[in-house]
Design a protein. Structure first.
Length: 343
């Protein structure tokens, strides 16, 4: 029999992986669909919280719950099945034991403990193994861009979020900024917070706005770690950022070395770092070349005098300006969401 076409199953597996956002950290977001030889879906699932079942096991359980025999079936998965014992057994062993005949993976796992070894073990067991095309590979990588960053660079993917006016202001001269953008943009911003393993701000923002920096406006299974850079020890004991839900940490004197901080967060399993800070700290991240993505909500208003997105070091000329590539421009309510990455 001709093996089933996997294009629709790959899309469904990617959608399942998207449901794992805000759940699986520090593990990657993975989806799996199991197809019968005639193309029917036998089972599907996505990775659960750390220490719980991965996508392949969830799909096998789903197939069993539906009463389906998966022997000779095709497993379509958004990331290479793991081959090592972590908090759970290797997924490739579960597929082999179930009698899966073919595995189609969207991307190889960048974890050095896997890195092709899962696919190799499947091949050695007589399973047909294929890698999907570049479009599915890129979609899987985007879903897990922080996991790839931590595995390959040893540090989180840094996303710097800001809300600005048409004239590039983030607040009035006295620091007031509530609210430049509308409710839809604020809700969308919480969805991006949910992606992060940690949300970071500076003590200046805490003193000016007393933010909570948790995820409230969208459903989430877990709260990101909240971090406050406070080199002079000015954190108020009653600051809302220190209150539940979730964990908060104050990074005090002598620990404001940003590259060292990112390396430390990498060792702690933080995949994506979401920075919501004032112009000083934002400028420090940008001047150090540590921002991987700008997430900017631009509101259709003019403020005039006010605070900028970032306080940057002066340039000798425009030729020295750091260039950014527009990844996305999407209307969100009355505002515009821009995502940009360094060229």
């Amino acid at each position: 029999m001709i093996p089933p076409d996997t294009s629709a199953a790959l899309q469904r597996a990617l959608e399942l992986a998207g449901q794992a956002v805000g759940l699986t950290d520090p593990n990657p977001r993975v989806g799996c669909v199991i197809l019968a030889p005639d193309g029917r879906e036998l089972g599907a699932g996505h990775t659960q919280a750390a220490g719980q079942a991965h996508a392949e096991v969830m799909a096998l359980r789903d197939a069993a719950a539906r009463g389906h025999d998966v022997r000779g079936a095709t497993a379509v998965v958004t990331l290479e099945p793991c081959s090592h014992h972590g908090r759970t057994p290797p997924c490739c062993d579960a597929l082999i034991a179930a009698g899966i005949a073919r595995v189609v993976a969207a991307a190889e796992d960048p974890n050095p403990q896997v890195a092709g070894q899962g696919l190799a073990r499947l091949k050695a067991a007589g399973i047909s193994v294929e890698l999907a095309g570049p479009q599915a590979q890129q979609a899987s990588r985007e879903l897990n861009i922080g996991f790839f960053s931590r595995m390959q660079r040893g540090r989180p993917f840094v996303r710097l979020k800001s809300a600005i006016s048409l004239d590039g202001r983030t607040a009035l001269p006295d620091g007031r900024s509530q609210w430049i953008t509308g409710e839809a943009a604020r809700t969308d911003g919480h969805a991006w917070r949910r992606r992060a393993g940690a949300v970071l701000t500076g003590i200046g923002t805490v003193l000016a706005d007393d933010p909570r920096l948790d995820v409230r406006l969208v459903p989430t299974a877990r709260q990101p770690l909240r971090l406050v850079l406070d080199p002079q020890g000015r954190m108020p004991a009653a600051a809302r950022v220190l209150q539940p839900p979730g964990e908060a940490r104050v990074i005090g004197p002598g620990r404001a070395d940003l590259p060292a901080l990112l390396a430390e967060l990498g060792t702690q399993g933080i995949n994506e770092l979401h920075v919501e800070a004032g112009p000083t700290l934002s400028g420090a991240f940008l001047d150090a070349g540590l921002v991987d993505e700008l997430l900017v909500y631009q509101a259709p208003m003019l403020i005039g005098q006010g605070r900028p997105l970032a306080e940057l070091a002066p340039l000798a000329g425009l030729g020295d300006a750091r260039r950014w590539q527009l990844v996305e421009a999407t209307p969100i309510g009355q505002d515009l969401r821009l995502r940009l990455r360094p060229t």
